[in-house]
Write a protein that binds this ligand. Structure first.
Ligand code: ADP
Ligand code: ASP
Ligand code: MG
Length: 631
């Protein structure tokens, strides 16, 4: 017998009618012969309302007390949902996170799951109950209530599915929400966004961590790590949703599957940073120790022994970040500047690993909109740009009326005026509204994209203990490999005028030559100037350099273009690379300990890339392999 985990988000249990509807879905799954676990979020805007209540008392509530408060939202939902199921004639039992032993670390408000004890859960399932479990919450080792971060019920659902799978059940997880599935972008911002039939774990990880709020990114980490079949679908219909699954061969033919917008980040610029080994480590280790996830990091190559490091953090972490970096910046003789509100637009697609011209197409679309790019970074399967927001345009935006759903994320996205414009332009440039394989070329048959996870070697029930032991540290970072690429070279343009269209011109020139650009980093390098670096295959360096020099001469003869064939690129691959603050710290720390200078950095959820001088590439590979215990 299989287990179905059904998660209902806030809007899907917002009132009695929705709760009854969710209860009916759970009962139907039970009658179809499954054991059923229902994970529920707080009703409607409850969590936002609770946060507002705390704000009436204090502007700096303690994180522990906030968790105590926020966890109550989900407790209401489980009781009501269990009552609804009982009212419809089925047996149900509700549990809070602590009751079923969802043990987390003690980072209140963004705790990570350490283990789940499935015993009580499985006993309730085995006795024929539908289990109704509170999402978003757990208990730390001191016995205090913790929460997993906004949107964390998705993570509860997938983590519980993974735990139940390891306890020997066949499992599937369904995420019920207020849209039909995962769209090419947020359908609230781009009405012609298209629903996808399937998306890979890595693509969804990047989409979610770059702002696609439909899934909590950490839930995808679990799904990937434990190979949990996962579908996002509509709570108000029976339509087939979107499968989130291992990468299929057809996905690599699609350069861009979706675009995402994040409007809640601030950009910081560290200028005049000494360009020597260990400096990046010093800075990012301090932030990692404070559990601050740095999002984009763009380090300019540096002239005259000084580099500029640009990075972004969540707005909510801005003050803490400044406080932590203050003394370090003083020590390094650098300056820390905050550069105002920004929006981040990212394009994601497994196909961009091998298909050239993706960056060019994105930058061209943004240039045509007159959007200036303040920072660019790339990952294996994503490109992100930062767009400066316009305060005046924002204040002209009409706030949603009472008929609109009150969701914090929604209100914030309404404000990113330029970001939303940029998002629409990029969505159109990749023709994402058009049907394609995996996004409605023909209506998907129910089983067409269904993932088929490798058959599990089922442990006997008596082996549950052993299975539980395997769950210890279940949300620990998974670093799967380190790769060295000695076939790349780098081109750097210094003093590129900071104005719309220049990046587009450069990458147009390179793409027209059919040259595949891999890493791209653009950062501010002085007033109204940017520094743009990118890597191309070494075999193409001469051609790419010539094309770049020609186009840059037209832009501004004052720019300097330098080619460097003597580089190595190193990638650390895995899941949760960006949000697990320790990854960058370990990586930079290991390189610093060997005195290896980092010339370029790129971070994403599935890969962190650095450029070092080629003579030290092998050594860097060895030290990273050791640091991540992959040897
Ligand atoms: P729930 O309360 O069910 O967890 P969320 O509000 O967290 O729901 O997530 C659903 C919302 O995510 C949708 O209403 C949609 O506006 C937003 N969203 C953002 N990006 C996407 C995307 N790429 N596909 C679908 N929905 C998206
Ligand atoms: N109720 C929590 C929130 O609003 C968790 C969730 O909905 O996933 O963030
Ligand atoms: Mg959600």
């Amino acid at each position: 017998m299989g287990v179905v985990v059904q998660k209902f988000g806030g809007s899907s249990v917002k009132d009695a009618e929705s709760v009854m509807e969710a209860a009916r879905k759970a009962i139907r799954a039970k009658h179809a012969g499954n054991s059923v676990i229902v994970v529920v979020s707080a009703q409607g805007s409850t969590t936002d309302d609770l946060i507002a209540k705390a704000a009436e008392i204090t502007s700096e509530p303690s994180a522990r007390e906030m968790d105590m408060l926020l966890a109550t939202g989900e407790q209401i939902s489980i009781a009501l949902t269990a009552m609804a199921i009982q009212e419809l004639g089925e047996r149900a039992v509700s549990f809070t996170g602590p009751q079923v032993g969802i043990v987390t670390d003690s980072t209140h408000r963004k705790a990570r799951i350490k283990k789940i004890d499935t015993q009580r859960l499985c006993e309730a399932l085995d006795s024929g109950h539908i289990v109704v479990l509170a999402g978003f919450q757990g208990i730390d080792e001191q016995g205090d209530i913790s929460t997993l971060g906004r949107g964390g019920s998705d993570t509860t659902a997938v983590a519980v599915a993974a735990a139940v799978k390891l306890a020997g059940y066949e499992v599937e997880c369904e995420i019920y929400t207020d849209v039909d599935g995962v769209y090419t972008t947020d359908p609230r911002i781009v009405p012609d966004a298209r629903k996808m039939d399937a998306i890979s774990y890595d693509e969804m990880l990047e989409m979610a961590s770059m702002g696609a709020g439909v899934m909590h990114s950490r839930s995808i980490e679990f799904a990937k790590k434990f190979d949990v079949p996962l579908m996002v679908r509509n709570a108000k219909s029976d339509a087939v949703g979107t499968w989130i699954m291992p990468e299929a061969p057809w996905m690599s033919e699609i350069p861009a599957c979706g675009v995402a917008l994040a409007a809640d980040e601030s950009r910081l610029l560290l200028e005049g940073v000494p360009d020597r080994p260990g400096v990046s480590h010093r800075i990012f280790a301090a932030l990692a120790d404070a559990n601050i996830a740095v999002d984009m990091i763009a380090q300019s190559v540096g002239i005259g022994g000084k580099a500029t490091i640009g990075f972004t953090v969540l707005n909510t972490e801005l003050d803490r970040t400044k406080k932590i970096l203050g003394p370090i910046v003083g020590e390094l003789g650098a300056t820390l500047n905050e550069t105002g509100k920004v929006s981040k637009v990212s394009v994601v697609g497994a196909g961009m690993r091998a298909i050239s011209g993706v960056a060019e197409r994105m930058f061209q679309a943004l240039a045509a909109e007159g959007v200036n790019l303040k920072m660019i970074t790339t990952g294996d399967i994503k490109i992100s740009v930062l767009v400066e927001e316009d305060g005046a345009a924002e204040s002209a935006v009409i706030e949603p009326g009472p008929a609109e759903p009150i969701k914090k994320a929604h209100l914030e996205s309404k404000k990113a005026v330029r970001g939303r414009r940029a998002l629409r332009a990029v969505h159109a440039a990749f023709a994402l509204a058009q049907p394609r394989k995996g996004a409605g070329a023909q209506p998907a048959a129910h089983g067409e994209f269904r993932p088929r996870p490798a058959p599990l070697v089922l442990p006997a029930k008596t082996e549950r203990e052993a299975a539980i032991a395997r769950l210890a540290g279940m949300e620990d970072v998974l670093v799967s490999g380190v790769q060295l690429n000695n076939e790349q070279s780098r081109i750097t343009i210094y003093d590129l005028p900071d104005q719309p269209g220049n990046c587009s011109k450069v990458f147009n020139a390179v793409a027209t030559g059919g040259i595949l650009v891999d890493m791209i980093v653009q950062n501010q390098s002085g007033p109204a100037k940017a520094e743009l670096s990118f890597t191309v295959p070494r075999a193409d360096l001469t051609r790419a350099l010539k094309r770049t020099q020609d186009v840059v001469r037209e832009i501004d003869p004052g720019c300097r273009v330098v080619g460097d064939g003597d580089i190595s690129v190193l990638f650390v691959l895995g899941v949760g690379m960006r949000t697990h603050t320790g990854v960058a710290k370990t990586m930079f720390g290991a390189l610093a300990a060997k005195g290896i200078n980092i010339a370029m950095i790129n971070t994403s959820e599935v890969c962190v890339g650095v450029v070092v001088e080629r003579a030290r590439g092998e050594e860097a590979l060895a030290c990273l392999t050791e640091a991540f215990k992959l040897g």
